[in-house]
Write a protein that binds this ligand. Structure first.
Ligand code: ADP
Length: 406
């Protein structure tokens, strides 16, 4: 019996030792945990381990929130970028199912339902599907350009392997505009050569005729010389117009803006063209609304536009016809019009006549180069305005251009 207190004391000591040992282990672990999550640079020494741990967790929580906010901003930025991108972006998984598509992809492939569709269903073109397949098999980047005749579109597809998911990233670009520009450039060169060949050939023929005896002929000699003169004039006009066009197009022409009264501008152009209209037996009249605001324009250049338009009306209106010049106020600007009772322009040519070298029917235009309207369009657009034509074949045409008032 007398040994019981000793026994209890030993048990108590053992229990105390066990608790102390557990406490020490816990303390060491808490220290380890605190050390692993706290920032050594900013953490302050704490009174005890629990406070230390709480402040370390608090620090991490703040840091996580800041990182999350940065991540969110970057995700939003990326989403806006993908939303606004004019190139189509598709992400497909390893089975070829679309997992992501931006709005441009929908527009380029002409469908709104892209997600969970197969790449084949979306791109619907044999060559493009093959490019994607090759990328899946070889895990190498593939580039394919195709023409889609139905939509009159040139598409370039770049397929990039996605290393993490075994899928692919598809980047679609619309090359239609680039191709169009290439065609315009090619056509331009061939048009210029063609336009130069005709007058040069007739100059050669005329000089050869003169050399082979016509020079001595008092009748034919002056006639041939006169024709040479006309051809040289046409060539000079064409080279001048080409030069003008290229300088305006490349922005080399400095416009001298000043405030001009529309009435003054139109009368000045009409005065220059009056004699020509009379020679062609045409009536040229002017009707300008009163109280029009001044326009902010380069007088010489705009007069050149009006002269081009009147000159065309003279060329394409039969004797006895009428050419009317006018100007009126429209919201935000002034609209000028050159109206004639001439041969008119077929509706399918109405937008094309502003292209370089375009002529409705080259046989009826005589000496025209097809550059005048193109130059006029560039001048009007350089003033922030627009130019267009309305016409009824056999009844006449109206050419309008509108300029903003500053
Ligand atoms: P061109 O030197 O041939 O007149 P333009 O660029 O000025 O070149 O005109 C292009 C074409 O537009 C002309 O060849 C003609 O077919 C058509 N056109 C322009 N103005 C008129 C008009 N007033 N009436 C009928 N056709 C016109």
């Amino acid at each position: 019996m007398s040994q019981l207190p000793y026994f209890l004391a030993i048990v108590f000591l053992l229990l105390a030792a066990w608790f102390a040992w557990r406490y020490l282990i816990l303390k060491r672990k808490l220290n380890q945990l605190t050390r692993s999550i706290r920032d050594p640079k900013t953490s302050q020494p704490q009174a005890n381990e629990i406070d230390g741990l709480i402040s370390a967790i608090e620090f991490r929580r703040t840091a996580f929130s800041a990182e999350l906010a940065t991540l969110r901003t970057e995700t939003e930025r990326l989403a806006t970028l993908l939303e606004q991108l004019t190139d189509g972006v598709l992400i497909a998984d390893a089975d070829g199912r679309v997992q992501f598509a931006n709005p441009a992809a929908g527009k380029l492939f002409g469908t709104d339902h892209l997600i969970h569709q197969s790449v084949a269903q979306v791109v619907r073109n044999h060559q493009l599907i093959e490019a994607w397949r090759r990328c899946q098999q070889t895990r190498l980047l593939q580039i394919e350009v195709v023409e889609i005749p139905l939509r009159k579109q040139y598409l370039q597809l770049i397929v990039i392997p996605d290393e993490h998911e075994g899928g692919s990233l598809l980047l679609a670009q619309d090359l239609t505009q680039v191709r169009k520009l290439e065609t315009v450039r090619r056509d331009f060169i061939s048009n210029v050569s063609h336009e130069l060949r005709t007058p040069l050939a007739s100059l050669k023929a005329l000089t050869e005729t003169l050399q082979s005896g016509a020079l001595a002929d008092p009748d034919a000699g002056p006639r041939f010389l006169e024709r040479i003169h006309t051809e040289v004039d046409a060539l000079t006009q064409m080279t001048q117009e080409l030069l003008d066009l290229s300088r305006i197009e490349s922005g080399q022409v400095q416009l001298n803006f000043e405030a001009i009264a529309p009435r003054k501008l139109i009368h000045s152009a009409a005065d220059r063209m009056k004699a020509q209209a009379e020679r062609a037996n045409l009536i040229l009249d002017v009707k300008v609304d009163d109280g029009l605001p001044n326009i902010h324009a380069d007088k010489n250049r705009l007069e050149q536009v009006l002269v081009n338009l009147i000159h065309n009306s003279v060329k394409f209106t039969k004797p006895g016809g009428r050419i009317s010049l006018g100007a009126e106020a429209v919201p935000g600007g002034v609209r000028c019009a050159v109206r004639d009772t001439g041969v008119g322009i077929p509706s399918e040519s109405l937008t094309r006549i502003f292209e370089r070298f375009y002529r409705v029917d080259s046989s009826r235009t005589g000496s025209g180069t097809g550059l005048g309207l193109s130059i006029s369009r560039h001048i009007v657009e350089a003033h922030g305005g627009k130019i267009w034509a309305e016409s009824e074949e056999g009844r006449g045409s109206v050419f309008y251009f509108e300029l903003p008032i500053k």
